[in-house]
Structure formats: C-alpha cells, structure tokens
Design a protein around this ligand. Structure first.
Ligand SMILES: C[S@@+](CC[C@H](N)C(=O)[O-])C[C@H]1O[C@@H](n2cnc3c(N)ncnc32)[C@H](O)[C@@H]1O
Length: 163
C-alpha cells in the first residue's frame, strides 16, 4: 500500500495496481517530486517517466521526472502502456491541448487514469478546478472510452481506454 496523500492518490494507485503488467512503461503527467512514480515503479519492478514543467526537488531524489508541459506531451519520443495524472490537470495551461496530444503517446489498448480536485472543492488554495463532466467530455472527444467515472469526497476519478 502506498503512503497515501489524498483519496485520489489512493484510487489511482489501486487502479494502477490492477492494470500494470510485467514490462509496462508508464507516464506520470505533472509528476511533482516524482515520489508516486518512484513508489509504483519500484513496487512493481516496471519503468516509467514523469513530465512536469517545474518538478519539485527532493534531497533523496531517485526519480525520473523530465521538464516538459503536459500540453507538449507529443514531444516525447516514445509510447507508453499507461498514462496517469494526479491533482495536476487544473495546473495545465491548456488542458484540451493535453488531450489532443496524449492519444498518440499511448499504446493500444491503453488506459489513462486521472484524479484531480473537483469543481468547487475547498482546498484552501485560490485555484479553480474542472468538473468531472468537463474532463470526461474531453476524454471522449479525444477518442477514449470512459470506463470509470466517479466523484470522490473532494476529487473526481476517471479512467479511459483507447482501443
Ligand atoms: C499539486 S502538484 C501534484 C504533483 C503530483 N502529481 C502529486 O500528486 O504529488 C501539481 C503539479 O502540476 C505541475 N504542473 C504545472 N503546470 C503543468 C503543466 N502545464 N503540465 C504538467 N504539469 C504541470 C506542477 O509543477 C506540480 O508539480
């Protein structure tokens, strides 16, 4: 079990555990300090990369976060078995641009797992958040079949699949 930070982290971790297969290579979009990516890849003995325009530095850094915006995901030179993003969508300058770029970076069939604060959530930060419906619509427009869609207490959780 992970050292969970938010309910969304926990749901994403659980879902990843159910989908990860031997040899998977995964992408964390908005990887922050890379600790989540580090934990899941180590625990399952798989590999992964994170992207973030300003990854947080950690003294004990053993992470694989590259400086890149989600909107520029198309610049990555490889495809992944699975993509996920935790509490980061609301930071993206243009979330639609991310959804336009990400299908090309996912092998088929491939899953995307998303969790973020939901519209109106009180986090104590002066930020605005997307509704689950809005993100779900962008996923569908990008070609994903939305296979799981639910509201957590303060976050939303979405899983999409590309065939
Ligand atoms: C609240 S933190 C979440 C970090 C990590 N996913 C976690 O759960 O600990 C949001 C992250 O989104 C990153 N971010 C900001 N703009 C971004 C963008 N355009 N594309 C990707 N990540 C971005 C920030 O640098 C920050 O690391």
């Amino acid at each position: 079990m992970m050292d969970s930070k938010t309910e969304g982290d926990e749901k994403v971790y659980e879902k990843l555990e159910s989908l990860i297969k031997h040899g998977f290579r995964i992408l964390d979009v908005g990887c922050g300090d890379g600790s989540f990516l580090n934990q899941i890849t180590k625990h399952h003995d798989i590999s992964g990369v994170g992207i973030d325009p300003s990854p947080a530095k950690r003294e004990d850094a053993d992470t694989n976060c590259t400086i890149l915006k989600a909107e520029s995901v198309g610049e990555l030179e490889e495809k992944f078995d699975l993509v996920y993003s935790i509490n980061s969508l609301h930071h993206f300058g243009d979330v639609s641009e991310f959804f336009e770029g990400v299908p090309e970076k996912l092998k088929r069939p491939g899953n995307i797992i998303l969790a973020d604060w939901k519209e109106g959530a009180s986090t104590g930060r002066p930020e605005s958040y997307f509704s689950r419906e809005h993100i779900s619509k962008l996923m569908t427009e990008a070609g994903f079949e939305v296979t799981e869609s639910r509201d957590l207490e303060r976050q939303f959780f979405l899983v999409g699949k590309l065939f």
